[in-house]
Design a protein around this ligand. Structure first.
Ligand SMILES: Cc1cc2nc3c(=O)[nH]c(=O)nc-3n(C[C@H](O)[C@H](O)[C@H](O)COP(=O)(O)OP(=O)(O)OC[C@H]3O[C@@H](n4cnc5c(N)ncnc54)[C@H](O)[C@@H]3O)c2cc1C
Length: 468
């Protein structure tokens, strides 16, 4: 059980300048940035091999005005990225934090590409809802596994110590909130106390803690959790005990397209490229292009908590750039047919209703018109046989609420003052998606994890250097 002990005087088994809890994207970026600033961090990771939710993601990071965009003639700017994020967050994203993140996004991608040899590419053959420019940067496999493996490799090359198989359990703090160290528990049950000058919490949110989900996000209490099970809300629990400000705890990233029963993510590209969703009665039920996050709850509200993604071979070819999509094909999640009626039979929905929805969508495409939910279709996206269908459900990916921070990742107290030496980044900190699932713009997760991880690493290193 994660806890805080106040003013406890004891012996440290070791003393290090900077402790980072969690070796996902946020923790590893923080450690790399601190090292570059001349400060050695020790990263504590509960798993045997670092992965976290980062490894489960598609590894796509939005960034504005990168050299990758300029090389392809894409015009973008940090202001535009911030405006897109703020529009999706209904104006609820903390403005100063958002500006810092947007302005630091290009340098983050270029830093990882140039200094740490991560071979980013600009994703050009589809865009996610709400992004007004092509700005998703991904690695060749389009997987978060590759992202975290490459970050871990960079950490190894930088001789950063990652203590794997160790759970950070007890934070030792003084009454003024200064954190003196952490007790870790190893796999064999042994405990060690490591003293430090500063701490960065990069242990993500509370998606893996059913009790906290019931408390903060009841609408997803019964949903499939698709994130890392080790993210048990330790940052929020420590923060509560320390008197930290916790913000936007009901916000989350969901996803309305997880193949069931296979539990494999089906990229939202299948929708954005002209596909659509119907429920078990063969009916469409929403504007799917609002975003995949809020679509999770929409899908769960349908009969049986499922929907069918409907698309075609052209769209499948786009989606195949994602290994997850290929895995879903190998697992037999896709059904195919050459005709609409035949597809209705395969997915067992009423053929007349399904055919009517299909005719409506395709007619709207020809006219470039808007449907009854406000979705606008485009003529280039007509579906042609063979047609594809995959049964999906809605899932919880990660919580978006967390510790309130300043623009350097320093954790805030309830009274607005800053903790002396406590930082948070990634899913441990409050996100930039406002208070609901609908505020999540695709990419917000890794954008905040990587950019804020780097900024927190730099700021913590500066603090440690000053104090030593
Ligand atoms: C299926 C899926 C797809 C996604 N796709 C995208 C995408 O394409 N783009 C995007 O921007 N975002 C995406 N996201 C969200 C994104 O993955 C997260 O926002 C991001 O990975 C968070 O990074 P992090 O470093 O904060 O957390 P994590 O990567 O989860 O790392 C946290 C680490 O902390 C460790 N830890 C936790 N508690 C402790 C403890 N007490 N002691 C020691 N270690 C601890 C965990 O084991 C874990 O390794 C996706 C999420 C999911 C689940």
């Amino acid at each position: 059980m994660s806890t805080v002990e106040f003013d406890s005087v004891g012996e440290w088994n070791a003393q290090v300048p900077l402790l980072i809890v969690g070796a996902g994207a946020a923790g590893l970026c923080a450690a790399l940035a601190a090292k570059e600033a001349g400060v050695d961090a020790v990263v504590i990771e509960r798993d045997g091999v670092p992965g976290g939710s980062t490894a489960l993601s598609a590894g796509l990071i939005p960034a504005a005005d990168t050299r990758f965009q300029r090389a392809k003639g894409v015009v973008d700017s940090p202001d535009r990225l911030a405006a897109d994020i703020q529009r999706k967050a209904h104006g609820e994203a903390p403005a100063a934090l958002l500006e810092t993140i947007a302005c630091s996004s290009a340098s983050l991608i270029e830093w990882l590409a140039e200094r740490h040899s991560l071979p980013f590419e600009l994703i050009q053959n589809f865009n996610y809802p709400g992004h007004s420019a092509l700005r998703m940067h991904g690695l060749p496999s389009r997987t978060g596994r590759e992202l975290v493996d490459r970050l871990r490799n960079a950490a190894e090359l930088s001789e950063i110590v990652v203590l794997t198989g160790c759970i950070a359990q007890t934070l030792f703090a003084q009454k003024d909130g200064r954190v003196g160290g952490i007790e870790i528990v190893r796999g064999d049950g042994s405990r060690e106390r490591i003293g430090c000058n500063a701490v960065i919490l990069a242990c993500n949110g509370y998606g893996g803690n059913p009790e906290l989900i019931r408390r903060f996000i009841p609408e997803m209490a019964n949903a499939l959790y698709f994130g890392h099970p080790g993210n048990r809300g330790d940052a929020v629990l420590w923060g509560e005990r320390l008197g930290a400000e916790l913000a936007c705890l009901g916000a989350y990233q969901g996803h309305g397209s997880v193949a069931t029963p296979h539990n494999i993510l089906i990229t939202w590209a299948v929708i954005m490229e002209g596909g659509f969703q119907v429920n078990a009665q063969g009916r469409r039920f929403s504007d799917e292009t609002c975003g995949y996050s809020e679509q999770a709850a929409e899908v769960l509200r349908q009969p049986g908590g499922i929907a069918w993604d409907i698309f075609d071979a052209r769209i499948a070819a786009v989606a195949r750039q994602f290994e997850d999509f290929q895995a879903a094909e190998r697992a037999g999640a896709m059904l195919f047919a050459d005709g609409v009626d035949e597809l209705a039979v395969s997915i067992r929905v009423p053929a007349d209703i399904f055919a009517e929805e299909w005719r409506n969508v395709e007619a709207l495409k020809i006219r470039g018109a808007m449907d009854r939910y406000g979705r606008r279709f485009s003529a280039e996206q007509a579906l042609r046989p063979p047609f594809f269908a995959v049964k999906v459900t809605g899932a919880l990916f990660h919580s978006q609420g967390g510790l309130a921070i300043d623009a350097t990742g320093r954790v805030k107290r309830k009274d607005g003052a800053l903790f002396p030496n406590l930082f948070a980044a990634g899913g441990a900190a409050v996100g930039i998606s406002g208070t609901t699932a609908a505020g999540y713009l695709s990419g917000n997760g890794l954008l905040t994890a990587t950019v804020l991880g780097r900024l927190a690493g730099q700021a913590a290193a500066a603090l440690v250097s000053l104090s030593s």
